[in-house]
Design a protein around this ligand. Structure first.
Ligand SMILES: Cc1cc2nc3c(=O)[nH]c(=O)nc-3n(C[C@H](O)[C@H](O)[C@H](O)COP(=O)(O)O)c2cc1C
Length: 189
């Protein structure tokens, strides 16, 4: 009997492995990685539209959708953003950058979580389209928030959370291996 159960378990494991291998969504999530160097090739407008649509498909608390997007393709503006954000040098050489902002008047309590979900959707959409992207943080560093608000004439109630530079990857970055079963706790810690 135990041999039969072992066989069934083994069979299910093989099936789930094959299923995961063929699942384009799972594979896209597993393949996503931060890409910080890009070729000079422009990202097509229809791809930018698709990426933003994916961003706007994010879940949000009470479905308030407190997000706003600022799409930057102007070279000078991209350079100015990189000057304000010390760890966002990739923005300088990207074809386009999307700034994800939250409207605190729409959702004071949950805009950070909602706009973080948007940012991850943007990264996943870029990956799926063969593009490279990286999440560059703005909020909660006050100086960075104020610097970006000043540069782009953003109203006070609109807080820039992240900027995602996007371009065609120059190199061949690989995803980091992060799966760690020791972090999984079943039913209790
Ligand atoms: C909230 C947040 C802020 C980040 N800020 C920056 C940043 O300013 N500059 C940068 O190059 N990467 C930034 N990253 C990207 C991380 O460095 C990257 O996700 C991490 O090293 C894991 O690598 P991976 O994205 O390839 O899996 C940020 C990521 C998150 C989630």
């Amino acid at each position: 009997m135990s041999k039969i159960i072992s066989f069934i378990c083994f069979f299910m494991l093989i099936c789930s492995t094959i299923y995961a291998d063929n699942n384009v969504v799972i594979n896209n999530i597993l393949n996503r990685k931060s890409v910080r160097k890009y070729t000079a090739q422009k990202v097509e407008q229809d791809k930018i539209d698709t990426i933003i649509k994916a961003g706007m498909s994010a879940p949000s608390a009470m479905n308030k959708q407190p997000w706003e997007f600022i799409v930057i393709s102007d070279k000078k503006k991209l350079e100015d953003i990189a000057k304000i954000l010390p760890y966002a040098l990739p923005v300088k050489n990207a074809s386009v950058a999307i700034i994800v902002c939250g409207n605190v008047d729409v959702s004071e309590s949950y805009w950070v979580q909602d706009c973080s979900a948007v940012t991850e959707n943007i990264l996943l959409a870029a990956e799926s389209l063969g593009l490279g992207a990286v999440w560059c943080g703005i909020y909660p560093q006050d100086e960075r928030v104020k610097g970006i608000q000043r540069l782009l004439i953003i109203p006070k109630n609109i807080i820039p959370l992240s900027v995602v530079p996007i371009g065609y990857p120059l190199g061949n970055e690989m995803p980091k291996q992060k799966y760690n079963p020791s972090k999984i706790h079943n039913n209790k810690w």
